[in-house]
Design a protein. Structure first.
Length: 331
């Protein structure tokens, strides 16, 4: 095996699925078993790829497992590795790297020490942050490349100026329009963060859409909308509880308050941390930053009107905050 570091610090040359290391049926079985035991996922021996590695040029049509968004960011910035970028260590590199205590954590999970040979084959190659830290320490200031900053902003349709509503109703819709235009957006971010935010925004907006279309109004302690567990999960929004909490925290930054409410003390969460189909519900409310109760009512009327007019295409218009439908008479 030889050292061949990827953009994010993974040692492709020492990965058991690198093309030079995956030559026999025994190699394939060992890789499949090792990944399952130490990394927690399994690919059958026949589905393993003779990977060319991250640094193989795209114009050579290399074989890889995925077109990693961190790799694409490094390529667009023109850096050899993420350690050469001025933004290192950014918040996205740890997402594709094992932590520096991965050996200890894995041994604790298995309840037994990890043999050195297995560590060097199935864990050490993927400790990208440790590899990148070593590279960074060896670089001179002139080796560091300034990160290209981009924006993560959705395509939003301008607010219509011909809505047939009162001043108060129009103001509520304008507040909702601003919310949809800004939620999950950012300026001055990396290409990698732009990709993450784009995916995250779709889930954030899908949560708002689900409450707007299916939420049941409740008046206790101020107006809020309620959806049950099956309604939420039917929309194919992330069911990981940690991810849901992250989404709720982000929405809270825009004045949108969501809460997960268990109906029972136990049994609403799977052993892997995913929400079960029953045993909980969710609540949503708007504070003044999001437009308050008027904007919450506008969310409902807007979502219903989109469904009436566009059916299966409704969410496409909602995600663009396209409110021109409100100028039309119901069909």
């Amino acid at each position: 095996m030889k050292d061949l570091l990827s953009k994010c610090g993974v040692n492709c040359g020492r990965c058991p699925s690198y093309k030079e290391n995956l030559q026999t049926d025994e190699d394939r079985q060992r890789c499949s078993d090792g990944w399952h035991k130490y990394l927690g996922f399994r690919l059958s021996p026949g589905k393993l790829r003779l990977c060319d590695g991250c640094q193989a040029p795209d114009d050579e049509n290399p074989i890889r497992y995925q077109n990693c968004y961190v790799r694409r960011c490094a390529v667009r910035n023109g850096v050899e590795t993420c350690a050469h970028c001025s933004a290192y260590p950014c918040e996205d590199v740890p997402r594709v790297s094992l932590s520096t205590d991965a050996r200890e954590r894995t041994a604790a999970r298995l309840g037994t020490p990890i043999p050195e040979e297995d560590y060097l084959t199935f864990i050490e190659p993927y400790e990208g942050l440790r590899h990148l830290d070593a590279i960074r320490a060896s670089l001179a200031p002139e080796d560091i490349v300034e990160m290209t900053k981009v924006s993560a902003r959705p395509r939003i349709v301008n607010f219509p100026d011909d809505l047939p509503f009162s001043k108060e109703e129009t103001a509520a819709l304008e507040a909702l329009h601003r919310l949809l235009a800004t939620v999950g957006s950012a300026d001055g971010v990396s290409y990698a963060r732009q990709t993450v935010l784009k995916k995250r925004r779709r889930h954030l907006v899908k949560i708002l859409w689900t409450f707007g279309l299916f939420g049941e109004p409740r008046e206790e302690a101020g107006l809020h909308l309620v959806i049950d567990s099956e309604t939420y999960l039917a929309q194919k929004i992330h069911s990981s509880y940690s991810r849901v909490k992250d989404y709720f925290k982000t929405l809270g930054e825009y004045g949108v308050h969501c809460e997960h409410v268990p109906l029972v003390e136990e049994g609403w969460l799977t052993p892997t941390g995913a929400l079960r189909k029953r045993g909980w519900f969710m609540e949503l409310s708007f504070d003044d930053d999001a437009g308050g109760v008027p904007a919450l009512r506008a969310l409902q009327s807007y979502a219903v009107r989109l469904r009436e007019e566009y059916g299966a295409r409704e969410f496409r218009y909602f995600s663009k905050a396209d409110m021109r439908v409100l100028s039309l008479l119901p069909t």
